[in-house]
Design a protein around this ligand. Structure first.
Ligand SMILES: Nc1nc2c(ncn2[C@@H]2O[C@H](COP(=O)(O)OP(=O)(O)O)[C@@H](O)[C@H]2O)c(=O)[nH]1
Ligand SMILES: [Mg+2]
Length: 211
């Protein structure tokens, strides 16, 4: 679906939810190039997807954390690749067995996925690096997967807070990591994010399949 915004954008795109996967058994080898999105529950992942898609409720947003447990595959048109919405993590009320199941699913996703071009790690601009975020980053880097850190909810921060969070992540991930500032509310960083997503795909060597 297109919206008037798309016509002003150098990167018109529309997203549609194609597959929802809950278990290891359901996970299949999908030969379409993919970029994954991960973040702690409530960080603003669904809002980011909706902003990228110019839609209000393509991905369900919620003030109740820990709702989404599936991997949601959004097909991007006209490029023909998937944005894969990974289940949120770091939700305290989850049981140990649920956390283990999540860990297994993530490991499997990262280790046996040849079509994966990169990981967008969605982080809260207001917070210093949190342990589950660092673990998620480590999981991607172990697989030599390109990582794009995105600091979201930038509209809630002062420049000073943003600079501090940026510096903390750059110190952890290296000077090349260049965290991107984003806000689903003001749409700050949207164009740059599309650009970076396409850069991940074009530099990954993952063949783009014919639509
Ligand atoms: N101010 C502000 N609020 C946001 C932003 N992104 C998400 N939120 C709010 O944060 C809450 C969680 O967002 P959601 O997208 O559901 O997070 P998810 O659990 O990571 O998918 C919701 O109340 C959103 O309205 C943002 O960029 N700015
Ligand atoms: Mg969500």
């Amino acid at each position: 679906m297109t919206s008037p915004d798309d016509f002003q954008s150098p990167h018109p795109a529309s997203l549609s939810l194609e597959k929802t996967i809950y278990t290891l058994e359901q996970m299949e080898q999908i030969n379409v190039p993919q970029v994954a999105l991960a973040g702690r529950s409530n960080v603003g992942k669904s809002s980011m997807l909706n902003c990228l898609a110019n839609r209000k409720s393509l991905a369900k947003t919620s003030s109740v954390p820990g709702k989404t447990r599936s991997l949601n595959y959004y097909l991007v048109h006209p490029d023909h690749f998937y944005l894969v919405d990974l289940p949120g993590y770091g939700y305290a009320k989850r049981s140990k067995s649920e956390r283990n199941a999540w860990g297994n699913l993530m490991r499997r996703f990262f280790t046996s996925n040849k079509s994966l071009a990169g990981l967008i790690l969605i982080l809260d601009s207001r917070l210093p690096p949190q342990l589950p975020d660092r673990e998620m980053a480590a999981m991607a880097l172990e697989q030599s997967l390109p990582l794009l850190p995105v600091l979201t909810k930038a509209d809630k921060c002062t420049q000073r807070e943003i600079a501090a969070t940026k510096l903390a992540w750059t110190n952890l991930l290296g000077p090349e990591s260049r965290p991107l500032l984003f806000s689903a509310k003001t749409r700050q960083g949207r164009e740059m994010l599309w650009e970076q997503i396409r850069l991940l795909l074009s530099s990954s060597g993952t063949p783009m399949s014919e639509p």
